[in-house]
Design a protein around this ligand. Structure first.
Ligand SMILES: [Fe+2]
Length: 296
């Protein structure tokens, strides 16, 4: 088409997308062009802004490495990661789900720990936290023999791979649920931590007066053939940043009850105050496909 008006551009670009053979790719690209053109019209994007946008995309690519993914961080910071998660779980977004974002810190081959064991592997400050959890299916029936990876940041807000002071695999462990679908372990109470702010996302948050700290959370990845792999984060509702998560990951279903106890624990080795978290993870039927580990 020889283009005469700006409306011709949109029609011509849409027609070009329609020649895509793969039907799903055709649908995605046609919709993308439709919405992108509408967006450009809506904000009346200027030429300098357009060049700036291209520069930002280039910069996000350059910032990305084996241990850092700036586009994924941006997707989270715009709420897109959370939207995709909610759209694809809990009956297509119609019911609550234990699913959440994987985040950048899951590692393969967490050390096996027996139920009741600890995942504290080196001297780690912080109050004791005793986690008791259950894994059930949508009908509430326990799922025995599920493999559960757990991991969390330290009480100073760093994962072990970010912190030379912590032993390798500190605050990580792999458990197997018992006949009642239960797993349980001891650890220390984690705190919230800031997402990386030295790149494009950091500049965006600053421009929007948004704070960068995620509320404290416990990660889990639960694997059992016959079920969709459950990737979850359980948040502490008393965290000061619980309703300003820069990654929009906090949903009602993922609020955990981290109960503080000031009275001594029956086990004298557990000093006061100590915390207890009891949580039930719900798995949906599906194919058990592990995601790629974001880091080694
Ligand atoms: Fe995290």
């Amino acid at each position: 088409m020889i283009i005469r008006t700006l409306d011709d551009v949109t029609a011509d670009a849409l027609a070009a997308m329609n020649s895509t053979e793969d039907p799903r790719l055709r649908e995605i690209m046609a919709s993308l062009v439709k919405h992108l053109h509408a967006f450009v019209r809506d904000v009346r994007l200027t030429e300098p802004e357009f060049r700036q946008a291209a520069a930002v995309l280039n910069e996000m690519g350059k910032l990305t490495s084996d241990s850092h993914n700036e586009p994924m961080l941006m997707a989270g910071s715009l709420g897109v990661s959370s939207l995709v998660c909610l759209l694809n779980n809990g009956d297509g977004g119609n019911s609550e789900t234990s699913q959440s974002l994987l985040g950048p810190f899951w590692r393969l081959n967490s050390p096996r720990v027996a139920n009741g064991g600890t995942i504290v592997r080196s001297d780690t400050p912080g109050d004791p936290l005793i986690v008791t959890a259950r894994v059930v299916d949508r009908s509430g029936a326990p799922i025995a023999g599920a493999e559960v990876d757990v991991w969390h940041a330290s009480p100073i807000g760093l994962y072990e791979n970010q912190d030379p002071e912590q032993a390798n695999m500190n605050l990580r462990g792999k458990f197997t649920t018992d006949a009642h679908g239960r797993f349980w372990f001891n650890t220390v109470k984690m705190v919230g931590y800031p997402i990386p702010t030295d790149g494009v996302v950091g500049r965006l948050l600053k421009a929007q007066n948004r704070q960068p700290k995620r509320p404290a959370h416990l990660h889990a990845l639960i694997f059992k053939p016959g079920f969709k792999v459950l990737i979850s984060q359980v948040y502490d509702p008393t965290d000061p940043n619980i309703d300003v998560d820069p990654q929009f990951g906090v949903t009602k279903a993922l609020l955990g009850d981290y109960v503080r106890h000031d009275k001594p624990h029956p086990d004298a080795a557990i000093r006061s105050p100590w915390y207890a978290l009891d949580y039930t993870y719900v798995m949906e039927a599906g194919e058990a496909v592990l995601p790629q580990a974001p880091i080694k």
